[in-house]
Design a protein around this ligand. Structure first.
Ligand SMILES: O=C(O)CCC(=O)C(=O)O
Ligand SMILES: [Fe+2]
Length: 246
């Protein structure tokens, strides 16, 4: 049974919650990804910022890895960030989780995704770090369906790098299927995607996103290869995934 969140979301002066959710849904439907700014009021941002700083000061972030449990390894030539996973009960992120719960309901209503839970971690990219082009989920091999990235970098200067590059969606993408009503019945879980290495190497990104303070990016995990360009200064974010329960 789905339990409605009891946390009151205090709305940003700039944007009300239902407007924000509507525009995320519309952008997801049109493009397969959404970029939205000024979602949360300053008080919510300050809490997340202070919380991340606290965990940084306590050396609680650990080098991120690649691969799954059995063959998990760290490799800074693929990704150079360090992460700290948040529990849903994490008080400093209560409003953030409450918003994600609303987004989960919305995505289930609009796209019949059957999203079951949300997980997220803080990420710190030290100067010089990057994350090579990758997919967050491979069809049939992961239960991640929707990715979110929320940036916590005040005054990200021009030329500081660290952009998120989104590449054209892989073939047979879930998002493309969502456009075609007849597709809803298919079990997307059973479709295997091509390995990323077989994609054109010089493919141009379809979207370049600067990691601006308070900006949220949402995209279909199985569909959009993406990378983080070299950050020329410390780059901070809160990255998460909605999963189905298989
Ligand atoms: O920080 C970003 O912009 C994206 C991070 C990412 O792709 C990931 O953690 O899988
Ligand atoms: Fe990713």
């Amino acid at each position: 049974m789905e339990i409605e969140s009891t946390i009151e979301l205090s709305l940003s002066a700039e944007l009300d919650l239902s407007t924000a959710l509507d525009s995320i849904a519309q952008e997801l439907e049109q493009n397969g990804y959404a970029v939205i700014d000024q979602l949360f009021p300053e008080s919510v941002l300050e809490k997340l910022e202070a919380d991340l700083q606290y965990h940084l000061n306590s050396n609680a972030l650990t080098p991120a890895g690649i691969g799954r449990e059995g063959d998990f390894q760290t490799n800074t030539s693929i990704r150079g960030d360090s992460t700290y996973w948040l529990e849903e009960s994490h008080a400093a992120a209560a409003e953030y989780f409450a918003f994600m719960e609303q987004l989960r309901h919305l995505a289930n209503r609009y796209f019949y995704l059957g999203l079951f839970r949300y997980e997220c971690h803080y990420a710190l990219y030290p100067t010089g770090a990057f994350y090579q082009k990758h997919l967050d989920a491979f069809k049939g091999r992961s239960n991640r369906r929707l990715s979110t990235v929320f940036y916590l970098n005040r005054d990200w200067p021009e030329g500081a790098g660290g952009e998120l590059l989104l590449y054209p969606p892989v073939e047979g993408s879930h998002w493309q299927c969502c456009h075609d009503q007849s597709c809803y019945d298919q079990s997307f879980r059973n479709i295997e995607s091509e390995p990323l290495s077989e994609k054109p190497i010089n493919e141009a990104p379809i979207k370049v996103i600067r990691p601006e303070f308070g900006r949220l990016v949402v995209f279909f995990s199985e569909d959009f290869p993406h990378e983080v360009q070299v950050a020329k200064k410390e780059r901070m974010s809160l990255t998460g995934w909605f999963r189905v329960n298989d």
